[in-house]
Design a protein around this ligand. Structure first.
Ligand code: ACO
Length: 325
Protein backbone atom coordinates (compact mmCIF):
# COMPACT_ATOMS: atom_id res chain seq x y z
CA UNK A 1 0.00 0.00 0.00
CA UNK A 2 1.46 3.34 -1.09
CA UNK A 3 2.14 5.94 1.60
CA UNK A 4 0.04 9.09 1.40
CA UNK A 5 -0.26 12.45 3.15
CA UNK A 6 -3.80 12.63 4.56
CA UNK A 7 -3.58 15.91 6.49
CA UNK A 8 -1.37 18.99 6.77
CA UNK A 9 -1.02 21.94 9.13
CA UNK A 10 1.23 24.92 9.66
CA UNK A 11 2.00 27.62 12.18
CA UNK A 12 3.60 31.05 11.83
CA UNK A 13 4.48 33.28 14.77
CA UNK A 14 2.61 36.59 14.90
CA UNK A 15 5.55 39.03 14.93
CA UNK A 16 6.34 40.31 11.42
CA UNK A 17 9.89 41.51 10.67
CA UNK A 18 9.63 43.84 7.66
CA UNK A 19 12.29 45.16 5.32
CA UNK A 20 11.86 48.60 6.87
CA UNK A 21 12.54 47.06 10.32
CA UNK A 22 15.75 45.59 8.88
CA UNK A 23 16.70 49.01 7.43
CA UNK A 24 16.78 50.22 11.05
CA UNK A 25 18.99 47.32 12.15
CA UNK A 26 21.66 46.97 9.41
CA UNK A 27 22.97 48.84 6.36
CA UNK A 28 20.40 47.60 3.84
CA UNK A 29 17.33 48.79 1.91
CA UNK A 30 13.92 47.50 0.94
CA UNK A 31 14.92 47.93 -2.72
CA UNK A 32 18.10 45.76 -2.27
CA UNK A 33 16.29 43.01 -0.34
CA UNK A 34 13.34 42.83 -2.76
CA UNK A 35 15.49 42.87 -5.90
CA UNK A 36 18.02 40.29 -4.59
CA UNK A 37 15.66 37.95 -2.70
CA UNK A 38 11.99 38.81 -3.37
CA UNK A 39 11.44 38.99 0.40
CA UNK A 40 9.25 41.63 2.08
CA UNK A 41 8.40 40.10 5.47
CA UNK A 42 9.38 37.19 7.64
CA UNK A 43 7.92 35.93 10.96
CA UNK A 44 9.87 35.89 14.22
CA UNK A 45 9.12 33.72 17.27
CA UNK A 46 9.00 35.77 20.46
CA UNK A 47 8.59 33.88 23.74
CA UNK A 48 7.92 30.66 21.84
CA UNK A 49 10.32 28.00 20.70
CA UNK A 50 10.88 25.37 18.03
CA UNK A 51 8.80 22.73 19.85
CA UNK A 52 5.93 25.19 20.50
CA UNK A 53 5.63 25.99 16.80
CA UNK A 54 5.93 22.28 15.93
CA UNK A 55 3.17 21.41 18.41
CA UNK A 56 0.80 23.98 16.86
CA UNK A 57 1.50 22.69 13.33
CA UNK A 58 1.22 19.06 14.48
CA UNK A 59 -2.17 19.63 16.15
CA UNK A 60 -3.43 21.35 13.00
CA UNK A 61 -2.25 18.43 10.81
CA UNK A 62 -3.83 15.82 13.14
CA UNK A 63 -7.13 17.75 13.04
CA UNK A 64 -6.97 18.05 9.25
CA UNK A 65 -6.30 14.30 8.96
CA UNK A 66 -9.01 13.36 11.48
CA UNK A 67 -6.48 11.19 13.33
CA UNK A 68 -6.18 10.96 17.14
CA UNK A 69 -2.70 11.64 18.53
CA UNK A 70 -2.77 8.31 20.44
CA UNK A 71 -2.94 6.48 17.11
CA UNK A 72 0.38 7.89 15.82
CA UNK A 73 3.17 5.26 15.64
CA UNK A 74 6.16 7.59 15.27
CA UNK A 75 6.91 11.32 15.23
CA UNK A 76 9.69 12.49 12.91
CA UNK A 77 10.91 16.05 13.42
CA UNK A 78 13.00 17.87 10.81
CA UNK A 79 14.89 20.75 12.41
CA UNK A 80 18.32 22.28 12.70
CA UNK A 81 17.19 24.56 15.53
CA UNK A 82 16.11 22.08 18.25
CA UNK A 83 14.99 23.46 21.63
CA UNK A 84 17.90 21.53 23.21
CA UNK A 85 20.71 19.21 22.18
CA UNK A 86 19.09 16.77 24.65
CA UNK A 87 16.18 15.89 24.74
CA UNK A 88 15.12 15.75 21.13
CA UNK A 89 12.33 18.06 19.94
CA UNK A 90 10.23 15.09 18.77
CA UNK A 91 9.91 13.87 22.38
CA UNK A 92 8.73 17.33 23.50
CA UNK A 93 6.12 17.36 20.73
CA UNK A 94 5.08 13.77 21.55
CA UNK A 95 4.35 14.69 25.17
CA UNK A 96 2.42 17.85 24.31
CA UNK A 97 0.18 16.46 21.56
CA UNK A 98 -0.53 13.32 23.60
CA UNK A 99 0.90 10.81 21.12
CA UNK A 100 1.47 8.35 23.96
CA UNK A 101 2.17 5.34 21.75
CA UNK A 102 4.53 7.10 19.36
CA UNK A 103 8.30 6.73 19.04
CA UNK A 104 10.06 10.07 18.57
CA UNK A 105 13.15 11.07 16.60
CA UNK A 106 14.72 14.29 15.23
CA UNK A 107 16.33 14.39 11.77
CA UNK A 108 18.85 16.98 10.62
CA UNK A 109 19.18 17.61 6.90
CA UNK A 110 18.89 21.42 7.10
CA UNK A 111 16.39 22.84 4.60
CA UNK A 112 15.92 19.42 2.95
CA UNK A 113 14.70 17.84 6.21
CA UNK A 114 10.98 17.76 5.42
CA UNK A 115 11.48 15.89 2.15
CA UNK A 116 14.02 13.54 3.79
CA UNK A 117 11.24 12.93 6.34
CA UNK A 118 8.75 12.13 3.57
CA UNK A 119 11.20 9.55 2.15
CA UNK A 120 11.69 7.93 5.57
CA UNK A 121 7.92 7.94 6.20
CA UNK A 122 7.28 6.29 2.83
CA UNK A 123 9.89 3.61 3.60
CA UNK A 124 8.46 2.88 7.07
CA UNK A 125 4.90 2.63 5.75
CA UNK A 126 5.59 0.65 2.59
CA UNK A 127 7.81 -1.80 4.52
CA UNK A 128 4.83 -2.37 6.85
CA UNK A 129 6.76 -1.14 9.92
CA UNK A 130 4.42 1.75 10.85
CA UNK A 131 0.90 2.73 9.77
CA UNK A 132 0.53 6.33 11.01
CA UNK A 133 3.35 8.87 11.04
CA UNK A 134 3.42 12.49 12.17
CA UNK A 135 6.09 14.42 10.27
CA UNK A 136 6.88 17.87 11.68
CA UNK A 137 9.26 20.49 10.27
CA UNK A 138 9.89 23.33 12.69
CA UNK A 139 12.57 26.01 12.76
CA UNK A 140 13.44 28.97 14.92
CA UNK A 141 16.00 30.36 12.49
CA UNK A 142 16.10 33.65 14.39
CA UNK A 143 18.05 31.79 17.11
CA UNK A 144 20.94 31.16 14.67
CA UNK A 145 20.96 34.57 12.99
CA UNK A 146 23.24 37.48 13.87
CA UNK A 147 20.99 40.54 13.47
CA UNK A 148 24.11 42.64 12.83
CA UNK A 149 25.04 40.56 9.76
CA UNK A 150 23.18 41.95 6.74
CA UNK A 151 24.16 39.00 4.53
CA UNK A 152 22.07 36.53 6.59
CA UNK A 153 19.60 38.44 8.79
CA UNK A 154 17.46 39.56 5.85
CA UNK A 155 16.86 36.00 4.65
CA UNK A 156 15.61 33.80 7.46
CA UNK A 157 12.31 33.47 9.31
CA UNK A 158 10.61 31.17 11.84
CA UNK A 159 7.68 28.77 11.42
CA UNK A 160 6.50 25.18 11.30
CA UNK A 161 4.60 22.77 9.06
CA UNK A 162 3.40 19.21 9.62
CA UNK A 163 1.86 16.27 7.80
CA UNK A 164 0.16 13.03 8.77
CA UNK A 165 1.27 10.13 6.57
CA UNK A 166 -0.59 6.81 6.54
CA UNK A 167 -1.12 3.65 4.50
CA UNK A 168 -4.77 4.34 3.65
CA UNK A 169 -7.24 7.18 3.03
CA UNK A 170 -7.69 10.07 0.62
CA UNK A 171 -4.78 12.41 0.13
CA UNK A 172 -1.50 12.87 -1.69
CA UNK A 173 0.18 9.62 -2.79
CA UNK A 174 3.95 9.83 -2.31
CA UNK A 175 5.15 8.51 -5.67
CA UNK A 176 8.88 8.99 -5.43
CA UNK A 177 11.37 10.88 -3.29
CA UNK A 178 14.95 11.36 -4.55
CA UNK A 179 17.59 12.31 -1.99
CA UNK A 180 21.17 13.58 -2.39
CA UNK A 181 24.09 15.15 -0.56
CA UNK A 182 27.59 16.54 -1.13
CA UNK A 183 29.54 16.80 2.11
CA UNK A 184 32.55 18.24 0.26
CA UNK A 185 30.67 21.56 0.19
CA UNK A 186 29.93 21.51 3.93
CA UNK A 187 31.83 24.77 4.53
CA UNK A 188 29.35 26.84 2.50
CA UNK A 189 26.86 27.06 5.36
CA UNK A 190 27.85 26.37 8.95
CA UNK A 191 27.29 27.20 12.60
CA UNK A 192 30.88 26.69 13.80
CA UNK A 193 30.39 26.56 17.59
CA UNK A 194 27.96 24.83 19.94
CA UNK A 195 28.61 21.26 18.77
CA UNK A 196 31.04 18.69 20.19
CA UNK A 197 33.93 19.88 17.98
CA UNK A 198 33.79 23.40 19.36
CA UNK A 199 31.51 23.69 22.38
CA UNK A 200 30.31 27.22 23.08
CA UNK A 201 32.61 29.22 25.33
CA UNK A 202 32.94 32.91 26.16
CA UNK A 203 35.53 33.15 23.37
CA UNK A 204 33.40 31.46 20.69
CA UNK A 205 30.45 33.63 21.72
CA UNK A 206 32.55 36.80 21.53
CA UNK A 207 33.65 35.67 18.05
CA UNK A 208 29.97 35.09 17.14
CA UNK A 209 30.72 31.49 16.15
CA UNK A 210 27.33 30.35 17.46
CA UNK A 211 25.67 32.20 14.55
CA UNK A 212 25.13 30.96 11.02
CA UNK A 213 27.88 31.72 8.50
CA UNK A 214 27.06 31.46 4.83
CA UNK A 215 28.79 31.87 1.47
CA UNK A 216 25.64 33.20 -0.22
CA UNK A 217 26.94 33.43 -3.78
CA UNK A 218 28.25 29.84 -3.94
CA UNK A 219 25.20 28.50 -2.07
CA UNK A 220 22.98 30.23 -4.64
CA UNK A 221 24.68 28.48 -7.59
CA UNK A 222 24.51 25.05 -5.95
CA UNK A 223 20.87 25.58 -4.96
CA UNK A 224 19.78 26.19 -8.56
CA UNK A 225 21.87 23.36 -10.08
CA UNK A 226 21.07 20.77 -7.42
CA UNK A 227 17.30 21.40 -7.28
CA UNK A 228 17.08 21.32 -11.09
CA UNK A 229 19.03 18.04 -11.34
CA UNK A 230 17.15 16.44 -8.44
CA UNK A 231 13.78 17.45 -9.97
CA UNK A 232 14.78 15.91 -13.32
CA UNK A 233 15.94 12.70 -11.57
CA UNK A 234 12.65 12.40 -9.70
CA UNK A 235 10.54 13.13 -12.80
CA UNK A 236 12.37 10.38 -14.68
CA UNK A 237 12.02 7.93 -11.78
CA UNK A 238 8.26 8.63 -11.65
CA UNK A 239 7.86 8.24 -15.43
CA UNK A 240 6.61 11.85 -15.64
CA UNK A 241 7.66 14.96 -17.55
CA UNK A 242 7.61 18.65 -16.59
CA UNK A 243 4.30 18.92 -18.50
CA UNK A 244 2.67 16.52 -16.00
CA UNK A 245 3.36 18.83 -13.05
CA UNK A 246 0.35 20.85 -11.84
CA UNK A 247 2.20 22.63 -9.02
CA UNK A 248 5.83 23.03 -8.09
CA UNK A 249 6.95 24.00 -4.59
CA UNK A 250 10.65 24.80 -4.53
CA UNK A 251 12.45 25.52 -1.24
CA UNK A 252 11.59 29.16 -0.45
CA UNK A 253 15.23 30.34 -0.24
CA UNK A 254 15.21 33.28 -2.64
CA UNK A 255 12.77 34.36 -5.38
CA UNK A 256 15.65 34.44 -7.90
CA UNK A 257 16.51 30.81 -7.10
CA UNK A 258 12.81 29.82 -7.37
CA UNK A 259 12.41 31.61 -10.72
CA UNK A 260 15.64 30.12 -12.10
CA UNK A 261 14.50 26.56 -11.33
CA UNK A 262 11.06 27.18 -12.87
CA UNK A 263 12.70 28.55 -16.01
CA UNK A 264 15.22 25.70 -16.31
CA UNK A 265 12.48 23.09 -15.86
CA UNK A 266 10.12 25.01 -18.19
CA UNK A 267 7.40 25.08 -15.53
CA UNK A 268 5.21 28.18 -15.97
CA UNK A 269 5.54 30.77 -13.20
CA UNK A 270 1.82 30.54 -12.32
CA UNK A 271 2.36 26.86 -11.41
CA UNK A 272 5.18 27.70 -9.00
CA UNK A 273 3.82 28.20 -5.47
CA UNK A 274 5.56 30.90 -3.43
CA UNK A 275 5.57 32.07 0.18
CA UNK A 276 9.09 33.56 0.14
CA UNK A 277 7.81 37.16 -0.01
CA UNK A 278 5.92 36.83 3.30
CA UNK A 279 7.87 34.26 5.34
CA UNK A 280 11.46 34.40 3.99
CA UNK A 281 13.49 31.20 4.26
CA UNK A 282 12.15 29.03 7.09
CA UNK A 283 14.62 26.21 6.34
CA UNK A 284 13.07 22.71 6.81
CA UNK A 285 9.64 24.26 7.40
CA UNK A 286 9.56 26.11 4.10
CA UNK A 287 8.05 23.37 1.91
CA UNK A 288 5.90 22.02 4.76
CA UNK A 289 4.26 25.43 5.25
CA UNK A 290 3.91 26.04 1.51
CA UNK A 291 2.29 22.63 0.90
CA UNK A 292 -0.27 23.31 3.64
CA UNK A 293 -1.07 26.74 2.16
CA UNK A 294 -1.25 25.38 -1.39
CA UNK A 295 -3.75 22.68 -0.36
CA UNK A 296 -5.89 25.20 1.53
CA UNK A 297 -5.74 28.14 -0.91
CA UNK A 298 -5.69 26.57 -4.38
CA UNK A 299 -7.78 23.93 -6.04
CA UNK A 300 -5.79 20.72 -6.25
CA UNK A 301 -7.84 18.13 -8.15
CA UNK A 302 -7.69 14.36 -8.40
CA UNK A 303 -4.58 13.17 -10.36
CA UNK A 304 -2.82 16.55 -10.02
CA UNK A 305 0.93 16.11 -9.47
CA UNK A 306 2.89 18.32 -7.07
CA UNK A 307 6.67 18.44 -7.33
CA UNK A 308 8.50 19.64 -4.22
CA UNK A 309 12.24 20.27 -4.35
CA UNK A 310 14.56 21.31 -1.53
CA UNK A 311 18.17 22.24 -0.95
CA UNK A 312 20.13 23.05 2.17
CA UNK A 313 23.30 23.01 4.22
CA UNK A 314 25.36 19.83 4.12
CA UNK A 315 24.93 20.15 1.23
CA UNK A 316 21.72 18.15 1.07
CA UNK A 317 18.93 18.16 -1.49
CA UNK A 318 15.72 16.25 -2.20
CA UNK A 319 12.72 16.12 -4.52
CA UNK A 320 9.35 14.47 -3.93
CA UNK A 321 6.49 14.02 -6.39
CA UNK A 322 3.04 13.46 -4.88
CA UNK A 323 -0.28 12.86 -6.65
CA UNK A 324 -3.75 13.76 -5.41
CA UNK A 325 -5.93 10.66 -5.13
N1 ACO B 1 21.83 44.87 1.90
C1 ACO B 1 22.59 45.60 1.08
N2 ACO B 1 23.72 45.13 0.52
C2 ACO B 1 24.07 43.85 0.81
C3 ACO B 1 23.31 43.03 1.68
C4 ACO B 1 22.15 43.59 2.23
N3 ACO B 1 21.33 42.90 3.06
N4 ACO B 1 23.91 41.83 1.77
C5 ACO B 1 24.99 41.87 1.00
N5 ACO B 1 25.12 43.09 0.43
C6 ACO B 1 26.14 43.59 -0.48
C7 ACO B 1 27.40 42.78 -0.41
O1 ACO B 1 28.24 43.23 0.64
C8 ACO B 1 27.99 43.02 -1.77
O2 ACO B 1 28.66 44.26 -1.77
P1 ACO B 1 30.05 44.43 -2.55
O3 ACO B 1 29.72 44.15 -3.99
O4 ACO B 1 30.39 45.84 -2.25
O5 ACO B 1 30.97 43.42 -1.95
C9 ACO B 1 26.78 43.14 -2.68
O6 ACO B 1 25.68 43.44 -1.82
C10 ACO B 1 26.47 41.90 -3.46
O7 ACO B 1 26.51 40.79 -2.58
P2 ACO B 1 26.28 39.33 -3.07
O8 ACO B 1 26.56 38.38 -1.93
O9 ACO B 1 26.97 39.11 -4.37
O10 ACO B 1 24.72 39.38 -3.32
P3 ACO B 1 23.80 38.31 -4.00
O11 ACO B 1 23.12 38.86 -5.16
O12 ACO B 1 24.51 36.99 -4.16
O13 ACO B 1 22.68 38.10 -2.89
C11 ACO B 1 22.10 36.53 -1.19
C12 ACO B 1 23.04 37.64 -1.60
C13 ACO B 1 20.70 37.09 -1.08
C14 ACO B 1 22.55 35.99 0.16
C15 ACO B 1 22.13 35.40 -2.26
O14 ACO B 1 23.47 35.08 -2.54
C16 ACO B 1 21.41 34.17 -1.83
O15 ACO B 1 20.21 34.17 -1.67
N6 ACO B 1 22.13 33.04 -1.71
C17 ACO B 1 21.52 31.76 -1.36
C18 ACO B 1 21.33 31.71 0.10
C19 ACO B 1 20.56 30.50 0.52
O16 ACO B 1 19.71 29.99 -0.17
N7 ACO B 1 20.86 30.05 1.74
C20 ACO B 1 20.11 29.07 2.40
C21 ACO B 1 20.42 27.69 1.99
S1 ACO B 1 19.32 26.65 2.76
C22 ACO B 1 19.76 26.21 4.37
O17 ACO B 1 20.16 25.10 4.59
C23 ACO B 1 19.61 27.16 5.48
Amino acid sequence: MKARIIGTGSYLPKKVLTNSDLEEMVDTSDEWIVSRTGMKDRRIAEGEHTSDMGIAAANAALKDAGIAAEDIDIILVATMTPDYIIPNTAALIQASVGATHAAAIDMQAACSGYLYGLAISKAFIEAGIYKKILLVATEKMSSLVDYNDRTTCIIFGDGAGAAVITNEGEGLLINDVCLGADGKQADLLTVPAGGSRQPSTETTTAQKLHYMQMNGKETFKHAVRRMEASSRECLEKSGLTEGDITWMIPHQANLRIIEAIGKRLKIADEKVFKTVHKYGNTSASSIAIALDELLKEKSVSSKDNILMTAFGAGLTWATAIVTRT
